[in-house]
Design a protein around this ligand. Structure first.
Ligand SMILES: [Cu+2]
Length: 194
């Protein structure tokens, strides 16, 4: 059996050698060495093919990063466009719409500072005045007082001394304002400017 296999293999080798080179049947060792060389040469083109593909892949990857760079360059342009769209000049407009002062006029409302038991008080505690007019204050009590704004809206009178000291406070902005005496904070009142 082994002799038959050897003969068959030799015959096949001789046939292959004759087909490839036709150099004839030199030896069995030459046949065995020629077959691995053929596989090595056949493997070489397969290895060369992936190397070409690998070289082409980086080229494709180099082309793909470029659009990403272009996309990254676009956002800065839009960011710079945003500040121009948000015009900060629109915000000063509400400040320009601040209430305008009423023109001064000669209308006047009287307010007295009076003794009230052991304490002091405004009289009346609720009053109205025409916008641009004044409140004429008379201190009829026995202690100094003032008419001061509780939350803005007008300028305070300053201290008005007894007996019978007077002061004028002008109201140039419409609204309702609280007032009080800073010397006697329990003295309070409300004035409507219309
Ligand atoms: Cu007072």
């Amino acid at each position: 059996m082994s002799d038959r296999r050897l003969s068959l293999s030799l015959a096949l080798c001789v046939i292959t050698l004759a087909a490839c080179s036709g150099s004839g049947s030199s030896s069995v060792g030459a046949q065995d060495s020629s077959s691995p060389v053929a596989t090595a040469t056949s493997a070489a083109p397969t290895s060369a093919a992936p190397s070409v593909i690998a070289s082409t892949h980086p080229a494709v990857r180099k082309s793909t990063p470029q659009p990403t760079h272009a996309a990254s360059s676009q956002p800065p342009a839009t960011v710079t466009a945003h500040p121009t769209v948000t015009t900060t000049t629109a915000r000063p407009k509400p400040t320009s719409t601040a209430p305008t002062a009423c023109p001064n006029n000669t209308s006047s409302t009287s307010l007295a500072m009076v003794n009230s038991g052991t304490e002091y008080a405004f009289s009346p505690t609720s009053l109205t005045v025409t916008c641009g007019g004044t409140v004429h204050i008379t201190n009829s009590s026995t202690a100094p007082h003032n008419m001061s704004p509780s939350n803005g809206g007008f300028a305070g009178s300053g201290d008005v001394n007894p007996p019978n000291g007077t002061a004028n406070v002008r109201f140039s902005y419409r609204g309702t304002y609280g007032f009080y005496c800073s010397i006697h904070p329990y003295m309070t009142g409300t004035i409507k400017v219309s």
